[in-house]
Design a protein around this ligand. Structure first.
Ligand code: SF4
Length: 451
C-alpha cells in the first residue's frame, strides 16, 4: 500500500469514528454545504453554529435565498461580520437560479463560474455535497500537508493525489478539515492522538510545529494573451488542468497579429500585466479547440480571460449572437420604455410619444421577419408635443374617449441599447429600456375623421 493510500484510509477511518455532529453533515444538501462553507470563512465554528440554523430557517431553500432582498440577507447575516460574504452569496444564488435552473452544479469548473465561488469553495461543494473527487486546500489543510509532505510541497497537487485515492471524497476531505481543526493545530499539535503520525515527516523529524511557507512577496509579471480567431470567428482556447478554458499565451500558427491593449490582474502574489493581441489562425494547436463566440458565456473561464475577451470585443459579439435564440422579452412598466407613435394618411400626420406601454417582444434575430411585438399603449397618455392641443388631437385623431388603450403589432423593431448582461442566460427578461416605432395601420379610419 502506498503512503497516499495509507493516509486516505487512516483519515477516513478516523473521521467515521470521531467526526463532530455538525448540522450541515446531516443532509449534505448542496445549498446547506455552500452556506456553511461561506460562513466558516474567517469565523470560528462556535459562532457559525449560533447563526447557521437561524439563517436556514429564514431562507430554507436556495430559491428562497435568491428571492430575498439584500436588506433581508444583511439582517440575517447580522453579527457574523464580513458582510461582503453575504452579498456574494446572494449574487451567487441569483446566478444559480438564472444559469443553472436553481440547482447548484456538482462540477468544479461549473461551480467556479458562480460569483463568489473560488477554487476552495467549488472543491468543498463538489466533494462534500456531491462526493466528487475534488481537492480542497485551506489554511488548516495546507498546514497538515506541509507537515506530512514538507513545506515546499505543491499542496493542491498533493490534495488532488490524496482525494483521487480516497474511498469517499466527502469523507476524506472532511477528515482532513477535522484533523486540522482538532488535532494538527498550528501550535502544539496533538500528535499522540493523530491517525497520520506514522506517515508524518514532521513527526519523524521532530519538527511538528512546521507551518506552510509564508506567502511570497508580490511579484510583477508581464504575460501575453492571444485572441486567435478562425475564418468563422471562433476563438482558440485551451483547457487547463482545472478544466477552465483559457486563451493561448503564444500563437505559432496565427497571422496578422495586432496588439489591442493591456490590463492588470492580480493572481495570488503575482501582479500581472496582460498584453492582449488579436490574430487569425487556421489549425487548432495541441490541447486547444475552437469555441464559437455564442458559447463563450457557457464555457468556464477565469476572470482574466474574460477581461481579455472584453478587450477584444469577443464577449459583446457573444452577447449579440446569444440573442439569436428565439426568446420572449416582457416589457415592464418603466419610465425608460418608450413608444413613438406615428399615424398618417394622405393629408396629415400625427406623432405621439409615451412610456405607458406594456407587452412582449418575441425576438428571432436569425429570422427577423418571424419576430413579433405585441404592445398595449395607454393612448390617452400620448404626448403629441403640442401641449395646448394634446388632448384635442388625441380625441380627434385617436378616438381616445372610446378607445383609451390600443394594442398593436409593430412592423419594425430596434434592439434595445445596453442589453442587460443577463440576456445571454435568461429565457425570460424584463426589458427596462425598450424603444419601439409604430406605424399606425388603420390610417383610413382616421382619414374619415378629417374629411
Ligand atoms: S503527526 Fe502531528 S504534525 Fe503530523 S499530522 Fe499528525 S498532528 Fe500533525
Amino acid at each position: 500500500m502506498t503512503n497516499v493510500q495509507r493516509i486516505t484510509r487512516k483519515s477516513e477511518r478516523w473521521f467515521r469514528r470521531n467526526q463532530r455532529d455538525l448540522p450541515w453533515r446531516r443532509t449534505y444538501d448542496p445549498y446547506h454545504v455552500w452556506v456553511s462553507e461561506v460562513m466558516l470563512q474567517q469565523t470560528r465554528m462556535e459562532v457559525v453554529l449560533r447563526y447557521y440554523e437561524r439563517f436556514l430557517q429564514r431562507f430554507p431553500t436556495l430559491a428562497d435565498f435568491a428571492a430575498a432582498s439584500s436588506d433581508d440577507v444583511t439582517a440575517a447575516w447580522s453579527g457574523l461580520g464580513y458582510y461582503r460574504r453575504a452579498r456574494m452569496l446572494r449574487e451567487g444564488a441569483i446566478a444559480v437560479r438564472e444559469q443553472f435552473g436553481g440547482a447548484l452544479p456538482g462540477e468544479v469548473p461549473a461551480l467556479m463560474t458562480i460569483p463568489g465561488i473560488g477554487r476552495y469553495t467549488a472543491g468543498a461543494i463538489a466533494s462534500i455535497a456531491y462526493d466528487r473527487a475534488a481537492p480542497i486546500v485551506d489554511g488548516n489543510i495546507a498546514r497538515i500537508l506541509a507537515r506530512l509532505f514538507g513545506r515546499r510541497a505543491n499542496f493542491w497537487r498533493r490534495a488532488d493525489d490524496l482525494v483521487q485515492a480516497a474511498g469517499s471524497a466527502r469523507v476524506f476531505n472532511q477528515a482532513l478539515m477535522e484533523i486540522g481543526a482538532l488535532i494538527c493545530k498550528p501550535k502544539q499539535p496533538m500528535c499522540d492522538r493523530c491517525p497520520l503520525r506514522d506517515e508524518c515527516r514532521a513527526f519523524a523529524s521532530g519538527r511538528t510545529e512546521l507551518a506552510p511557507r509564508k506567502r511570497a512577496a508580490t511579484v510583477a509579471l508581464r504575460r501575453r494573451l492571444y485572441v486567435v480567431r478562425d475564418r468563422r470567428g471562433r476563438i482558440l482556447m485551451r483547457r487547463d488542468t482545472r478544466g477552465m478554458f483559457v486563451l493561448v499565451g503564444r500563437s505559432p500558427l496565427a497571422v496578422g497579429q495586432k496588439r489591442i491593449g493591456t490590463f492588470r490582474h492580480t493572481i495570488m502574489n503575482q501582479r500581472v500585466t496582460f498584453e492582449v493581441f488579436t490574430a487569425s489562425g487556421q489549425q487548432p494547436t495541441a490541447n486547444c479547440s475552437w469555441i464559437a463566440t455564442k458559447d463563450l458565456e457557457k464555457v468556464p473561464h477565469p476572470s482574466f480571460v474574460r477581461k481579455a475577451l472584453h478587450l477584444a470585443g469577443a464577449l459583446l459579439l457573444a452577447a449579440s449572437t446569444a440573442l439569436a435564440d428565439s426568446r420572449t422579452y416582457q416589457i415592464a412598466a418603466d419610465a425608460k420604455n418608450t413608444v413613438e407613435f406615428h399615424a398618417e394618411d394622405t393629408y396629415d400626420a400625427f406623432d405621439g410619444r409615451t412610456n405607458k406601454v406594456s407587452g412582449a417582444i418575441s425576438a428571432d434575430p436569425l429570422k427577423p421577419s418571424a419576430s413579433t411585438v405585441e404592445i398595449t399603449i395607454d393612448m390617452a397618455s400620448l404626448n403629441t408635443g403640442n401641449t395646448l392641443r394634446n388632448r384635442e388631437m388625441r380625441e380627434l385623431y385617436l378616438e381616445t374617449r372610446q378607445h383609451p388603450t390600443s394594442s398593436f403589432k409593430s412592423v419594425s423593431v430596434a434592439a434595445p441599447r445596453g442589453a442587460d448582461s443577463r440576456w445571454p442566460h435568461s429565457r425570460h427578461v424584463i426589458v427596462h429600456r425598450a424603444h419601439a416605432r409604430l406605424r399606425h395601420q388603420r390610417a383610413k379610419k382616421y382619414s374619415r375623421h378629417r374629411r
